[in-house]
Design a protein around this ligand. Structure first.
Ligand code: ATP
Ligand code: MG
Length: 606
């Protein structure tokens, strides 16, 4: 059956093909063997058909029965070889194709992990996901089927045309005329159906996107009674899909019957004209018999070849998208300074010096910003001229209205994004000189939008320190005050969490995130609205536990709640990316500035 793919042709076919060849090259011997087996299979078919001529002319017509039997046995063996070769290349191709795509998938995943966060900001999840699903699938399809089929169809077409020319040049003109006719039809019809298939693909994408959004936004849909509008919108998209699919299938459905009919007419015409040739004595009966078999099997490879070209182009377009993504510059990391564990919870930075010596700088958690200016993109500056310092063991709080740039500051310490101007130092070392893995290992972060992974609660806490013992997991949970709610769950620490911890409350999710940071027990802690969904009483309890945890650690806290920040050594008030006030709680209240306004307006001061 004719199958089509709605596709975008690759923009740089040569380059993509070269890269794909690199992956295929790893398995070149298997692929060469596949090609050989394909050629053997097609050769057996072509040659077997040709043998009809001597069988009829030399054995059947003269009545040589023993010779005929020998010939039939020979032909049988040959066809058997053909069948074995076909079976062999199919099996081999399945294994090779799966290996190739699994290697591509692996490299893609590896590269995705190294991409800078700015890439994820600019691309939707659906887009990234489709690299791993749709695009990889088209490559699998093409390798599984198209690779061998293209070689086979090509061999069959050239073999058949050569053989009919050998058998009778004059008679071949009819076949060639019909083949040209078919080619024109395939091209015309293919263009039409491709147009509608790409439209169908687009409609399908639009329906998928709509359903995805609807599912994700279920609650909001219900709250605002949006069901009717959404249903109407869905029906509209559904109708567009129905229309384009119908047209696409109408055209593609015409393909096979038309080709088959044309090939029957071709066969009938060739048989009549061939018969006349035999009667005239221009052709012998044996040649005509094998000639007619060639005619019958000439149409399919033609059809197959053009279809496989489409598949291959679709696969190349998919491969191009994958390779494009793999070409995106990964996060840069020129850091040469590494963190060394000296045991007994003592860490040092190993700073290489000229001449190969290594200076050891103790890890304390001294973080300083020197005139830092940053924007997520060139158009808009988010932070300007930020200077601040946090001495080891200090608790620094950031407050300010929504969108002021609090989260952004913490993103920079972690080097999630690169700053445009200024420097950030960590224990006196420019953070750009520190190897990223080590930098991040020395910081624990509770981010504003907590993410929990599928796995047990214990697994999720252990994410902060993979080799943590059960006792350490419990201890961290106790510090975060999560222990009591966890123990009340039916399976305790072994409770499975699914889809980002949907079976927990917001506050419980935050407690787990704090436990995860606590278990990592790093010298610097960053808490971004970590306690925003937690009731004041629990927050007090956490604070007590945290006080022990914070002992000797530098902590950056971002909070809207006064109670969380008031005991900080320094409070920075941010407004539109600038620090407009700084000082401790009492100083700031005395100043009667923004801090005073921010909180007196919203909170009762004790
Ligand atoms: N990934 C991003 N890409 C582009 N712009 C961003 C991105 N994240 C934040 N911004 C912009 O940067 C500014 C500061 O955002 P930030 O998240 O730091 O605010 P915030 O102070 O943490 O606010 P909130 O209190 O709401 O958490 C905002 O204007 C926001 O639009
Ligand atoms: Mg924020």
């Amino acid at each position: 059956m004719a199958r089509y793919v709605g596709y975008r042709r690759p923009e740089n076919t040569k380059k993509t093909l070269k890269k794909l060849m690199h992956y295929m090259g790893i398995h070149k011997w298997s692929l060469i063997l596949v090609a050989l087996l394909v050629l053997i299979g097609s050769g057996a078919n072509i040659f077997g058909t040709y043998l009809l001529k001597p069988v009829i002319n030399n054995y059947i017509l003269p009545g040589d029965i023993p010779g005929l039997i020998k010939m039939v046995i020979f032909m049988g063996i040959m066809y058997l070889c053909g069948v074995l070769a076909t079976w062999g290349y199919n099996q081999l191709m399945v294994h090779t194709a799966q290996k190739v795509v699994s290697e591509i998938r692996q490299d893609l995943f590896d590269h995705t992990q190294k991409l800078p966060l700015s890439y994820f900001d600019a691309h939707t999840h659906g887009e990234l996901m489709s690299r791993f699903t749709n695009d990889v699938d088209t490559i699998t399809e093409a390798l599984n089927n198209s690779f061998a089929m293209m070689i086979q169809s090509f061999a069959m077409i050239t073999g058949t045309i050569t053989m009919i020319l050998v058998l009778s040049v004059r008679l071949s003109l009819i076949v060639i005329a019909f083949l040209i006719l078919m080619l024109v039809f395939i091209k015309f019809n293919g263009r039409r159906s491709r147009k509608y298939f790409s439209r169908q693909q687009k409609c399908l994408g639009s329906i998928n996107g709509f359903v995805e959004e609807m599912v994700a936004g279920q609650k909001v849909e219900k709250v605002f009674n949006h069901e009717k509008q959404d249903f109407e919108e869905f029906c509209r998209r559904n109708e567009a899909l129905r229309e384009s699919s119908t047209k696409a299938l109408t055209y593609s459905g015409m393909m096979v019957p038309t080709i088959v009919s044309l090939s029957y007419i071709n066969y009938a015409v060739s048989a009549c004209v061939g018969g006349l040739f035999v009667l005239q004595g221009w052709l012998d009966l044996g040649s005509l018999s094998s000639y007619l078999v060639y005619v019958r099997q000439s149409a399919m490879p033609f059809n197959q070849f053009t279809q496989q070209v489409n598949f291959l182009l679709a696969a190349l377009a998919g491969a191009e998208r994958i390779f494009d993504m793999m070409e995106i510059e990964p996060e840069t990391d020129q850091g040469k300074v590494h963190l060394k564990d000296k045991g007994n919870r003592e860490f040092v930075w190993e700073v290489p010096e000229e001449g190969g010596a290594i200076q050891e700088v103790p890890l304390k958690g001294d973080v300083r910003f020197h005139d830092v200016t940053f924007g997520y993109n060139k158009k808009k500056v988010v932070l300007s001229d930020i200077s601040l310092y946090a001495k080891p063991g200090q608790k620094i709080a950031f407050v300010g209205s929504t969108g002021a740039g609090k989260t952004t500051i913490t993103n920079l310490i972690n080097r999630f994004y690169e700053i445009q101007q200024g420097t950030i130092t960590y224990d006196g070392i420019d953070i750009r000189d520190i190897c990223k893995d080590d930098l991040r290992r020395s910081l624990a972060m509770v981010i504003q939008d907590t993410h929990l992974f599928t796995g047990t609660i214990a697994d999720n806490i252990r994410y902060g320190k993979l080799d943590a013992t059960d006792e350490e997991v419990r201890e961290a949970a106790r510090i975060a005050n999560a222990d009591s709610f966890i123990r009340r769950l039916p399976h305790g620490y072994d409770t499975m969490l699914h889809s980002d911890g949907a079976n927990l409350s917001q506050g419980q999710r935050q407690l787990l995130a704090i436990a995860r940071a606590a278990i990592a027990s790093p010298p610097v802690l960053i808490l971004d609205e970590a306690t925003s969904s937690i009731d004041t009483r629990t927050e007090r309890l956490i604070e007590k536990g945290m006080d022990a945890l914070m002992e000797g650690r530098t902590v950056f806290v971002i909070a809207h709640r006064l109670s969380t920040v008031r005991n900080s050594e320094a409070i920075m008030v941010l407004e539109q990316g600038k620090i407009i006030e700084r000082g401790n709680h009492d100083d700031l209240l005395e100043q009667r500035g923004r801090y005073y306004q921010l909180y007196t307006g919203q909170f009762e001061l004790e």
